[in-house]
Design a protein around this ligand. Structure first.
Ligand SMILES: Cc1cc2nc3c(=O)[nH]c(=O)nc-3n(C[C@H](O)[C@H](O)[C@H](O)COP(=O)(O)OP(=O)(O)OC[C@H]3O[C@@H](n4cnc5c(N)ncnc54)[C@H](O)[C@@H]3O)c2cc1C
Length: 368
């Protein structure tokens, strides 16, 4: 039977962005989310490049709580200080961002069913008359049910927020120490002018992520930053650290987007820009499939041609970092400063697409 509707499992940013695009083109689309209010209680941050945000077609401005001009990268007592001339990233309130995505999708005509967890046994019935988008996060039921490869390796995270006044509320601090938090890093991020987020992420699963955070809280830098302030909120989560093997099954008409597909930068864990763009590409492939019988594999081809190299580079940089001790990372920071990498990154850095930075470096060198 020819399918004419789409069922999106998961009402996070990726699922809702896909739904908005499909509904806006007149395709009957229903989003199912297990939570009564999708996006509520999410323990993830929302630092997004302004260039990346511009690609999602969202009016995100009402979710912005702060803007950032750069970052301090720390390892073994050395610091690389990167500051662009103006804001390069926005910090978004994730619950508010989800509300905006819901509003945009509903205005386009999407039906959203909340408080409904789709179990594996329900997927076959839905798949009888609808194309399925699995946007159900890192532990994807859709991916498991349709046999779309093993779940990617993941990092565990824990973060808390504190009400404090900051000396420099327009820069985040990233602490690289592959012994204390292997696989990812620890961070301080000014979520708003008076709200500091303190977080850790690690691929070492044998530890409790909250205990790792407690260790970070005892460091001099964090103790100085938060003083005697108490946490106002916090919680644990996970981040997929690699792409899932298969993200589309053209025969069964199933596509994965966002964390379900592992479309995350493995250097930082950021997934909204890649996942959101993948969602738009998946929606386009479905439109072509429903209207003109085109092959759904076009989705994977398009995603890989735009972001494949960047995903690979993020993963290579993460592997390199994971294989080095803090002393070596500290030495790399000193060396990079000596040859002018700081200034180059201030002018040409790109949080999402290292391929563009590398291309610029090979074409023009470090000079202006
Ligand atoms: C600590 C932390 C910090 C982060 N920081 C950033 C950052 O600064 N920038 C950035 O870009 N990204 C960041 N990320 C990553 C970002 O949060 C994710 O990439 C993004 O949320 C993925 O969106 P998604 O829609 O694919 O999945 P999710 O946001 O996980 O949404 C999945 C939805 O599916 C629903 N669901 C799951 N199973 C079912 C089911 N069976 N039936 C119905 N509903 C279901 C869930 O309720 C959920 O609403 C961070 C993540 C963490 C953990």
């Amino acid at each position: 039977m020819k399918k004419e509707s789409v069922a999106v499992i998961g009402g996070g940013t990726a699922g809702l962005i896909a739904a908005r695009s499909l509904s806006a083109d007149g395709i009957i689309t229903t989003v199912y989310d297990q939570k009564p209010v999708p996006g509520e209680g999410i323990h993830a941050s929302g630092i997004l490049s302004l260039t990346g945000l511009g690609t999602l077609g969202l009016d995100y401005t009402k979710a912005v709580t702060n803007t950032l001009r750069g970052a301090n990268i720390h390892a073994n007592g050395r610091t690389m200080r990167i500051r662009a001339r103006g804001a390069v990233a926005a910090v978004l309130d994730r619950k508010r961002l989800n509300e905006i995505c819901i509003d945009n999708a509903e205005r386009a005509g999407t039906s959203i069913v909340t408080g409904k967890r789709i179990a594996r046994k329900e997927l076959d019935a839905l798949a009888e008359d609808s194309v399925i988008i699995g946007a159900d996060g890192a532990v994807s039921t859709v991916a498991k049910h349709f046999g779309m490869g093993a779940a990617p390796p993941y990092a565990i995270t824990y973060k808390q927020e504190y009400n404090v006044t900051m000396a420099e509320p327009d820069a985040a601090d990233l602490f690289f120490d592959s012994r204390s938090w292997p696989g990812l890093f620890a961070w301080l991020c000014p979520n708003a002018k008076d709200v500091l987020e303190v977080g850790v992420g690690t691929t070492a699963h044998s530890v409790n992520s909250r205990h790792v955070l407690e260790r970070f809280l005892r460091t001099k830098e964090v103790a100085e930053a938060i003083g005697k302030s108490r946490p106002i909120c916090g919680g644990a989560s996970i981040i997929p650290m690699a792409r899932r093997e298969r993200i589309v099954d053209p025969k069964r008409e199933v596509l994965l987007v966002g964390d379900a597909a592992g479309q995350v930068k493995s250097t930082t864990g950021g997934g909204i820009i890649f996942g959101g763009n993948a969602a738009l590409m998946a929606a386009d492939a479905i439109k072509g499939h429903i209207r003109n019988g085109l092959d759904l594999s076009a989705y994977e081809k398009r995603f890989m041609s735009r972001y494949g190299m960047d995903m690979k580079l993020h993963s290579m940089i993460n592997r390199l970092y994971s294989s080095l001790g803090p002393e070596s990372i500290g030495r790399i920071i000193s060396m990079s400063k000596a040859i002018g990498i700081e200034g180059f990154l201030e002018r040409y850095g790109d949080m999402d697409r290292p391929s563009l930075v590398i291309r610029r470096f090979f074409l023009r060198g470090l000079a202006d």
